[in-house]
Design a protein around this ligand. Structure first.
Ligand code: ADP
Length: 502
């Protein structure tokens, strides 16, 4: 894990202009609004300040929710035809695509991820969300329902149907691991459904969400339909999630904050979708093709420096190939060049902050003190505090904290097993249930294991494969509800039954 930290500057005029354009403001009712209080965002690789950001609180949450509530019924939004709404979503996708290089650079600078991760993966995935849900805007259908109601005035009939209506004002709260993609995964279905939104990005990574706000205005989004508030979770996040005029909260983040939001939703019984933590297993059966499994599992845990909710952090390898797998993963960990995400030579960037790197290191140090062995990595870097070496551990035990809690860093533990039933029991021995992968050449084993995994997504011979068509959500303590696909749209719609005597 060689680390070479060469200074990097953004190349696109758009990213440079955005960074040079001064303090960043809030988007409320179509206007960019200042706050008295501000906070800073930094490049995690270098610690260099990128921008001052507005720090919203209760007052700004009230204004943004009022703007969203007023836009909800306004004729330029509520009266927009489905075809126009589809065209608008498509236009947003086109404009984001035209700025994909610039957005990728901003994401790398603010979050740390490599340019390739953003430009080849997450930014196109964000664009795909708008195009996918553009298609749904013209296909939101109610049903007519023949009823069995027997009593009606003579000569009359009962006629009943359902309408699908936007749920109302939605607070979207996103995390720092994949900021633009997480915002798009909430905005696209919410707008498709006709909702209005107050979006709060994570305090560490707000820049691409703010730039997206500018681009959505350029695309013709009516004022107040999307409002963007930057600031801290316990301030503006709490103000939004407790707000009586917010009908729904769509949240991606930690299970700990998810639990807080369940409490905050009590007042007006807000609907919640919660995409929470994970501790995803990868099971490698004796007939696995290691030429797929080694790079696939490495990508599944080291990609985005392990800051992925579905990261495959627990590997259960059949004893016959355990050592080969450990050696393969260790070789990959030792090979991956670390550096600034904008450096084309770097394949792994920093974590989102020095604090996150320290947190990751603490898990490893504690595990090693309790008997875990380091096959690769296991160190931070004194000269660059947000970096942590991709790490492979063996001889961990199920009760260790690093095996039970979400680390959100590039740390994988490999455990041997003898029988598939043992692997299933070990894999499911977690409070989480977000994702799992199974590596095998046997069709029957693949289906049997997929059915046995307690997880919202099971991959076979791959890990972290996503597409807007594929529902994504957590079983157990990994969350409530599903994003993506038709189910992703359901989150933002109410059903109204109309029953009449005619
Ligand atoms: P992570 O572990 O990914 O940082 P968090 O759950 O801490 O996840 O944060 C995810 C998002 O939730 C961020 O936008 C953060 O500001 C927000 N958040 C944190 N605490 C609260 C809270 N009490 N109420 C509402 N939002 C919060």
């Amino acid at each position: 894990m060689p680390l070479t930290l060469r200074p990097q500057e953004p190349r696109t005029p758009g990213a440079r202009a955005f960074l040079a354009s001064g303090p960043k403001r809030l988007l409320i009712d179509g206007a960019w609004t200042e706050t008295a209080r501000t906070f800073e965002t930094h490049d995690p690789a270098t610690g260099v300040k990128l921008a001052d950001l507005a720090r919203a609180g209760q007052a700004e949450a009230d204004l943004a929710v009022a703007a969203a509530a007023s836009a909800l019924g306004r004729s330029d939004w509520a009266g927009m035809t489905p075809a126009h709404r589809a065209a608008l979503l498509w236009r947003i996708a086109d404009i984001v695509e035209a700025h994909a290089d610039e957005l990728s650079e901003l994401e790398t600078l603010d979050q740390g991820k490599t340019l390739r991760t953003g430009r080849m993966g997450e930014i196109p995935a964000a664009i795909a969300q708008f195009r996918y849900y553009a298609g749904f805007a013209t296909k939101i259908l109610g049903t007519t329902i023949p009823t069995s109601i027997a009593h009606q005035p003579a000569g009359k009939q009962v006629f009943a149907y359902t309408r699908r209506e936007p749920i109302g004002v939605v607070a979207c709260i996103t995390p720092w691991n994949s900021p633009l993609l997480m915002a798009a995964m909430k905005l696209a279905p919410a707008l498709c459904a006709g909702c209005t939104v107050v979006l709060k990005p994570a305090e560490e990574t707000s820049l691409t969400t703010l730039r997206l706000g500018e681009l959505m205005i350029e695309a013709g989004l009516p004022h107040g339909v999307v409002n963007i508030l930057t600031g801290f979770g316990h301030e503006v996040g709490a103000a939004l999630t407790g707000h009586p005029d917010v009908a729904k909260v769509a949240f991606t983040g930690s299970t700990e904050v998810g639990r807080i939001l369940i409490g905050a939703a009590r007042g007006n019984l807000k609907k919640l979708t919660l995409e929470l933590g994970g501790k995803s297993p990868a099971i490698v059966l004796p007939d696995a093709d290691l030429s797929l499994a080694v790079p696939g599992i490495a990508r599944g845990i080291f990609g985005n420096s392990g800051q992925v909710c579905v990261a495959g952090s627990r590997v259960y390898a059949h004893r016959s190939l355990h050592d080969a797998l450990v050696n393969g993963l260790a070789a990959e960990a030792n090979r991956l060049p670390l550096g600034h995400g904008l450096d084309p030579e770097a394949e792994l960037g920093p974590l989102v902050s020095p604090a996150q790197a320290e947190r990751v290191g603490a898990y490893v140090t504690e595990g090693v003190a309790q008997g875990a062995e380091v096959a690769a990595g296991g160190t931070g870097f004194a000269e660059a505090a947000a970096f942590y070496a991709p790490t492979v551990l063996t001889r961990t035990r199920p009760e260790m904290r690093l095996m039970r809690e979400e680390i959100f860093g590039p740390v994988v533990a490999v455990t041997p097993f003898d029988e598939p039933e043992e692997a299933i029991a070990l894999a499911n021995d977690t409070e989480y249930g977000l994702a799992a992968s199974v590596w095998t050449e046997s069709l029957s084993s693949a289906h049997r294991m997929a059915a046995a995994m307690k997880a919202g997504t099971v991959w076979v011979n791959c890990h972290s494969y996503f597409s807007p068509e594929l529902p994504k959500g957590g079983h157990k303590a990994s969350g409530w509800g599903y994003e993506n696909g038709a189910q992703g749209l359901e989150n933002y719609l109410e059903t109204k039954t109309v029953c009449m005597v005619v």
